[in-house]
Design a protein around this ligand. Structure first.
Ligand SMILES: O=P(O)(O)OC[C@H]1O[C@](O)(COP(=O)(O)O)[C@@H](O)[C@@H]1O
Ligand SMILES: [Mg+2]
Ligand SMILES: [Mg+2]
Length: 299
């Protein structure tokens, strides 16, 4: 594989090579992000574009990924949940959207968090259909990475040097789903969703798995099958999660693994790209669960 060093500035880089480099950079950064967490449990001084106060850890991970991904030839734009504006990295090519730390409220109680990567072949904000790859790193008991590209999903374990090894190829959602995780305060759920949730809860084969990090919760579904939702809420119809940084990439990964994604009516990949920091309800999981969810909203 060509490396950045042996590619001259005028040489074009294929999208496939750029995607591989992006994944390599994210994997290499993962142990460093992990190692940088202990001293960064305090709040940063300014709010992010979603009106939330990030932790110093969110900013640290964002700065590291912005420097490294922004330097890659073949990456033309970088955006993150923690920055108002898209950064033009000057080299042209693919656009990268990052959720540097997903679920960072889990840092203090020492629970799971992730890093989410969305790669688009279009200027930002991009449409879901512009997505060419998506991935997430999961900082759990071990550090793992799930990558969706070229119509297949792979899972890797990342070592302390940032090298990664395949642990599952052609990942697909299990046929006998067993887990569900639903976000938002229960009193804020709309009736249709509350009714649907009751139906899922009453299924004797289903168990609650909710940890407050979308990526941790989605990885439960990727492993055991089932459904994750951060639903529409009575006072926040678009829910909480952000289209470019969370909705599209998780929809792409779950759909590539044979599952379905929805905003309640349509695939997440068909949700309007309504601004860089726009939000969407997120429902992802095994086909039958997402079908039933859409039917519940359609009634
Ligand atoms: O704390 P709440 O309101 O249940 O929200 C949990 C959701 O918010 C998030 O933490 C939002 O992501 P960030 O941590 O990247 O802002 C999701 O990972 C998670 O699903
Ligand atoms: Mg997030
Ligand atoms: Mg985040």
């Amino acid at each position: 594989m060509a490396t950045q060093e042996d590619t001259t500035p005028t040489e074009a880089v294929s999208n496939a090579t750029t995607i591989t480099r992006i994944i390599d950079v994210v994997a290499a950064a993962a142990p460093e992000i992990r190692a940088g967490l202990p001293g960064r449990r305090v709040y940063a001084e300014t709010d992010n574009p979603s009106g939330e106060t990030p932790l110093e850890a969110d900013i640290f991970a964002d700065d590291m990924l912005r420097d490294r991904l922004g330097d890659l030839r073949g990456v033309g734009e970088y955006a993150s949940e923690e920055r108002e504006e898209v950064i033009d990295t000057g080299t042209g090519g693919l656009s990268v959207c990052i959720d540097p730390l997903d679920g960072s409220s889990n840092l203090k109680p020492n629970n799971t968090m992730g890093t989410i990567v969305a790669v688009y072949d279009a200027p930002l904000p991009a449409a879901g259909t512009d997505m060419v790859a998506a991935a997430y790193v999961l900082y759990g008991a071990t550090t793992t990475m799930v990558v969706a590209r070229d119509d297949t999903v792979s899972e890797y374990v990342i070592d302390q040097e940032g090298d990664y090894e395949t642990i599952r190829e052609d990942v697909s959602l299990p046929d006998d789903p067993t887990v569900y995780g639903f976000g938002g305060r229960v009193p804020d759920w709309v009736d249709d969703f509350a009714d649907y949730a009751e139906e899922v809860e009453s299924d004797p084969s289903m168990k609650l798995r909710y940890g407050g990090s979308m990526i941790g919760d989605v990885n439960q579904v990727m492993t055991y099958g089932g459904i994750f939702a951060y639903p529409t809420l009575a006072d926040a119809p678009e829910g909480k999660l952000r289209v470019q940084f969370e909705g599209y990439p998780v929809g792409y990964i779950v759909e590539t693994a044979g599952g379905r994604s929805s905003d309640g009516e349509r695939s997440l990949m068909d949700v309007e790209k309504d601004g860089l920091h726009a939000r969407t309800p997120v429902y992802v999981g095994n086909e039958e669960f997402v079908d039933d969810l859409e039917a519940a909203f359609d009634d």
